[in-house]
Design a protein around this ligand. Sequence first.
Ligand code: MTE
Length: 322
Amino acid sequence: MNIIHPKSWHIPEREVTPEAIFMNRRALVKSMGFLGLGAVAAGALPRSVLAQEADPTANLYPAQRDDRFTVSRALTPEKDASTYNNFYEFGSHKRISDAAQALKIRPWSITIDGEVDNPQVIEFDDLVRKMQLEERVYRHRCVEAWAMTVPWTGFALSDLVKMAGPKAGAKFIRFETFEDPDVASGQRQFWYPWPYTEGLTIDEATNELAFMVTGIYGKPLPKQFGAPLRLAVPWKYGFKSIKSIVKISFVSEQPKTFWQTIAPSEYGFWANVNPNVPHPRWSQETEQLLGTNERVPTRLFNGYEEQVAGLYPDLKEKSLYL
Ligand code: MTE
């Protein structure tokens, strides 16, 4: 007899549903193939979807879903997740999806440097073909208290760490976003410390949940989500999940991050989700789901405590959550 031990991130059946709708969509997208998208009436698709047509990696999607990372709560409808984004490079509001289409994502090279045996500059298209792609359904919890549940496609960050070959001195990884104020109007706002940067410890980066994202909803990543390559660290507030990465540096010191530089007392390096540690200006006890606007309780480490609590010996330390 099979006894099912639900994982800590599972939540009750009553919150599950649109999966069937999503799966039908996946089957449809797959059967249409790459060129098939063009057969659909252009007026029926948002601009951001049309922008996918020329993606040279479209045939890699949808990837096989890894059922170890399935969340039993409704997926956020694609339309809602695709039109409510944080990407300050294109504006400090949520409706940046059209503006983000100006980002040129080919060619796109990623520099891997610092304390590694194999420093390199690799084209995104080569990297994505080198890695084992899979789909994972993750929760995403913004520090602003909105949340979504989305099927990311990508590869384990630990595989990239392995490829880089960290030396003993590599204790942290620093990630950096592109910088091009000509296309990203937000980067003309000189008071922000561009380019956007983020960081993880090596132990966090090699945790099984740390994921390099190249796609979503069974397709290459639309630009507003941080194409062509972003991070997803679902136990941390969303600002840690840096978009449109061009540089990955292995360093010995804790890197300074974008939000930490702007407001260190509000956005720290660790930023682990905790309902009991309020943001200095609002409560973190609940979160609002994109799509339904339902308010649900926030969960410690965003529901991933089982996987990540071991990374933090002193769970009581407040700074872990700011
Ligand atoms: N990465 C870059 N480069 N610029 C940003 O403004 N915003 C962050 C994060 N990564 C951001 C970024 C924040 S605050 C959140 S909540 C998520 O991206 C939002 O991801 P989404 O738009 O895909 O939902």
